[in-house]
Ligand binder design. Structure first.
Ligand code: FAD
Ligand code: NAD
Length: 478
């Protein structure tokens, strides 16, 4: 079992920040007996983000898509130290990470430091708000488990408040207006899930909201899902029309208050107009911003001065301007989209790289020892035998040093759009398959199910799907 014993001085200390897609994929591949491995994250579990939008309506229970990090670590060959804490600062010169326990219960010590020889940064990103006033105070984000729970609670709160005795008609309309800002996959998937919730369950359970419940998706650009092909964008837009989800494109939110958003709408003739849109629930999904701990590290490294969106890394994921710091996932800028697919592949690559680095170092040490033995060897026979061993080790060393740079292999993009339909841009074999519809939805379900972290997660997700089909989603407000 993991213990608090001091690190083995003969091994390097590898500190890994985060327990998301990047860091956990790395941990899965890493031979932990080669290093003193320390993991630091404010979250003691891995979260399967692709199914997070389904948690906002209770279709899937959040614990079904969480996997405790302790369960992942206990299966490793050598023990790994885990600290539930946030890395507040990385001092690159001193090779130290400062960590802080921000959980509700604190012991005598809640701030300390962790020295490292090697550091992997996989802290992800935070929610972009572009400094728009009122966003942080008034909207819900959709990144973590707590966000999904918060949304689930607010949906039901808005509905119950709208049903309050003698509520004015205008207020009912406002409370039942569910606004989603950001037409990327997060916003689209959430809007689809919410409309499903209304069509499948809410309409039946609370018929009095039938005429006023409405979902609107607001997007600054001329269309939603810019990363998908034109055909799939059109398919999504027409599905949303059928579902009666309004899409407001060319509408840039400029200000948010507790009851309405103010947006600049570009009219077909190019003129601009400010519009006030009242809302009951506001979900803000406008993409990623850099975490402060990453921004602070960037300011310590001159080679990062030009980088704007995150840590610039080389083709081996080494943070430019350093030699012992690597970055994976949403906090690294390696010219790929910030997706789970990329983060997962980057993490797995680093796992393999570190295993090879350890093997190479061990071989180099063995070679050194063999050369010494050869120099001291007495007879020819002895010397020849050692010579053969050296040749064999040199061959192994050459082979192990042959690891190429990181190469991303894109398996395709998938997004759920509601009404049991999904869109997929998949590059299989040589051609591109672009598809939308119910078959794609079944494919989406099976693909995500197979990607789930563990058999336990798979079983729980399936049970949730069956439960919702049999009994409907649970509409009680926690
Ligand atoms: P994360 O998975 O976000 O993990 C970051 C980790 O760092 C977390 O454990 C966090 O607690 C920890 N951390 C944060 N701050 C600190 C700190 N200061 N110190 C230490 N640790 C810290 N991508 C897809 O490819 N397909 C999808 O279908 C898909 N669906 C998505 C749905 C939603 C709702 C969202 C929000 C994202 C989705 N993504 C999807 C994107 C995907 O989740 C991210 O690209 C991916 O999580 C990035 O992995 P990561 O390891 O960089 O960061
Ligand atoms: P995103 O960056 O993909 O999209 C954000 C959208 O918000 C953009 O289209 C932008 O034009 C819009 N926007 C920004 N400011 C605005 C404003 N003031 N008013 C109106 N609209 C505004 O963000 P996301 O959807 O959160 O996705 C983040 C990353 O996670 C992406 O890389 C995405 O591919 C990935 N992801 C993938 C999936 C999937 O594959 N199914 C699901 C969720 C997220």
């Amino acid at each position: 079992p993991p213990d608090q014993s001091p690190p083995d001085p003969s091994k390097k200390t590898l500190v890994i920040l985060g327990t998301g897609w990047g860091s956990v994929s790395l941990l899965k591949k890493l031979d932990t007996e080669n290093y003193n491995v320390i993991v630091v994250s404010p979250r003691n579990y891995f979260l399967f983000t692709p199914l997070l939008p389904s948690c906002t309506t209770g279709l899937i229970e959040h614990r079904s898509i969480m996997e405790p990090i302790r369960n992942i670590l206990r299966h490793k060959k050598a023990s790994v130290q885990f600290y539930e804490a946030e890395a507040t600062k990385i001092d690159y010169e001193k090779r130290v990470v400062y960590i802080s326990d921000d959980s509700e219960i604190k012991g005598d010590i809640s701030h300390t430091e962790v020295p490292f020889d090697m550091l992997v940064i996989g802290v992800g990103a935070e929610n972009a708000t572009f400094g728009i006033p009122g966003v942080r105070e008034n909207s819900c984000f959709l990144k973590e488990v707590g966000d999904a729970q918060n949304i689930r609670k607010r949906i039901m709160d808005c509905i119950e408040t709208a049903c309050f005795k003698d509520q004015t008609e205008e207020e009912v309309k406002r409370l039942l207006h569910m606004v989603v800002v950001g037409g990327g996959p997060t916003g689209v998937e959430f809007a689809g899930e919410l409309q499903d919730f209304f069509n499948d369950d809410l309409k039946k359970w609370i018929p009095e909201i039938k005429d006023n419940f409405h979902v609107t998706l607001v997007e600054a650009l001329p269309n939603v899902l810019p990363m998908f092909s034109k055909q799939l964008i059109e398919y999504t837009e027409s599905t949303f029309k059928e579902e009666e989800i309004s899409i407001r494109t060319k509408t840039m939110v400029k200000k948010v208050t507790d009851k309405y958003i103010q947006a600049e709408v570009t009219k077909p003739d190019g003129s601009k107009e400010l519009e006030t849109i009242p809302y009951g629930l506001l979900v803000w999904a406008t993409g990623n911003a850099i975490r402060s701990v990453v921004r602070d590290l960037m300011s310590q490294i001159p080679a990062q001065a030009e980088s704007r969106r995150g840590l610039a890394v080389n083709e081996y994921l080494v943070v430019n301007g350093t030699e012992n710091v690597w970055a994976v996932g949403d906090c690294a800028i390696a010219n790929y989209a910030p997706t789970a697919q990329v983060a997962g592949q980057e993490g797995a690559f680093l796992g393999r790289l570190f295993n090879i680095m350890a093997k190479t170092e061990a071989l180099e040490k063995e070679l050194e020892a063999l050369s010494e033995r050869q120099a001291q060897a007495k007879g020819d026979e002895d010397r020849n035998q050692i010579f053969d061993e050296i040749r064999e080790r040199q061959k192994q060393l050459r082979r192990s040093k042959q690891i190429g740079p990181f190469q991303y292999s894109h398996q395709g993009s998938l997004a759920y759009i509601g009404k049991e339909r999904a869109v997929a841009d998949i590059s299989w074999l040589s051609g591109n398959i672009a598809s939308g519809g119910t078959m794609t939805y079944l494919f989406w379900r099976s693909a995500y199910l197979s990607m789930c972290f563990s058999t336990r997660n798979r079983v729980l997700v399936c049970v949730d799907w069956v439960k919702a089909r049999l009994f409907g989603r649970d509409v009680s407000r926690e």
